[in-house]
Design a protein around this ligand. Structure first.
Ligand SMILES: NC(=O)C1=CN([C@@H]2O[C@H](COP(=O)(O)OP(=O)(O)OC[C@H]3O[C@@H](n4cnc5c(N)ncnc54)[C@H](O)[C@@H]3O)[C@@H](O)[C@H]2O)C=CC1
Ligand SMILES: O=C(CO)COP(=O)(O)O
Length: 326
């Protein structure tokens, strides 16, 4: 398990609880040592026992060597550099599992595409796990479901079995593009939701953002070859609703800072955890433009985040768009 942040730590617990021996890689040696000594991560989900089967190391080589499953949970924008260092240690035919919900700046690649390129592996060796999976709730063993997407459905089934626990229920899917886009774009819509929430806007506005946010996600997805049905599943609507509704969501919380009038820099200073939508909104906007797809909510989130546009001006811009058929 590469990455000992909130989701990496909670996912290490899932893997251990499902009966796997887990080596969790933490960037900082003191975090790895604390996990080995106390069975908990002192920085993320510090009250969660990770379980007897989880050990930790600050050596990625030690974590990767001989691993059948290599699970990745680092920030999306650092993945390529991280994998450049790690690729040589991969075992032949190991499965690489992406937990990340972002799009790479510059290349506009999905995380599975970055993995294929940076680790030099075939696309059917890469699986994606995505769904409404707030790490803090999973750590408490509250029931949750997710999707394991892989173009090789036998491999998806193997990953499914490896991460099934009494509190974590994975479904398989062969739509990697749809599952990844659902996860990345919902972070941007959650920023919009947080902005609206902090502005004191009500449930009609929030329902509009979720529904029209899903519409623009599906529009981009279909243009990229995704199955439209994926967006009504756990990796689409499920993740979008879970993230928007939850005060635990880092993206929604980041949006709330912006909605209260903080600048990007002030919101970043107030945020300890990765809010992927802040950077990914730029890449998603570029991806949409290059495919001729309209994503009005994403466009406005990008303007508020990166161009200093007042959220009230962004709301007015969205509401004054030309009327059209649903
Ligand atoms: N937290 C959650 O509930 C969920 C998160 N995710 C996704 O999982 C991915 C990881 O997020 P979290 O674990 O939540 O983030 P986090 O902010 O809790 O932790 C980030 C981790 O990455 C490490 N890191 C920072 N810079 C790094 C670098 N340059 N190289 C390597 N590692 C670096 C940090 O030390 C930390 O361990 C994100 O793409 C996120 O969207 C997906 C589902 C649920
Ligand atoms: O992806 C998530 C839940 O599935 C977590 O969302 P945040 O990154 O906004 O906390």
């Amino acid at each position: 398990m590469l990455g000992a942040g909130s989701w990496g730590s909670a996912f290490a617990k899932i893997l251990g609880d499902a009966g796997n021996d887990v080596v969790l890689w933490a960037r900082r040696p003191e975090i790895a040592a604390a996990i080995r000594d106390t069975g908990r991560n002192p920085e993320y989900l510090e009250n969660t026992p990770l379980g007897e089967r989880v050990t930790a190391t600050a050596s990625a080589t030690e974590a990767i060597k001989g691993a059948e499953l290599v699970v990745l949970a680092v920030p999306s924008q650092t993945l390529r550099v991280n994998l450049g260092d790690w690729a040589a240690d991969l075992t032949e035919d190991s499965t690489l599992v992406s937990l990340m919900k972002g799009i790479e700046l510059g290349t506009t690649q999905r995380m599975s595409q970055v993995i294929v390129e940076a680790a030099r592996v075939a696309p059917d060796r890469v699986a994606v796990v995505s769904g409404p999976n707030l790490a803090g709730e999973i750590a408490l063993e509250q029931p949750a479901a997710t999707v394991v997407a892989c173009s090789d459905i036998d491999r998806a089934t193997r990953v499914q079995h490896a991460i099934t626990t009494p509190y974590f229920r994975p479904y398989t899917n062969d739509d990697v593009v749809g599952c990844e886009l659902g996860g990345a774009v919902k972070n941007v819509i959650a920023l919009a939701f947080g902005i609206a929430h902090a502005m004191g806007l009500g449930d009609n506005t929030k329902a509009m953002l979720i529904t029209r946010g899903l519409a623009e996600t599906a529009r981009l997805g279909v243009a990229l070859g995704a199955d439209p049905l994926t967006f009504s599943g756990l990796a689409g609507l499920g993740d979008l609703v879970g993230t928007c509704m939850s005060p635990l969501s880092r993206n929604r919380t980041f949006g709330e800072h912006l909605g209260r009038g903080k600048s990007l820099e002030q919101a970043q200073a107030a945020t300890r955890y990765t809010a992927e939508g802040v950077k990914s909104c730029l890449a998603i906007r570029d991806l949409a433009r290059s495919h001729g797809v309209e994503m009005p909510i994403t466009e406005q989130v990008e303007r508020v985040c990166h161009e200093g546009v007042d959220p009230k001006v962004a709301v007015a811009a969205l509401m004054s768009r030309s009327t059209k058929a649903e």
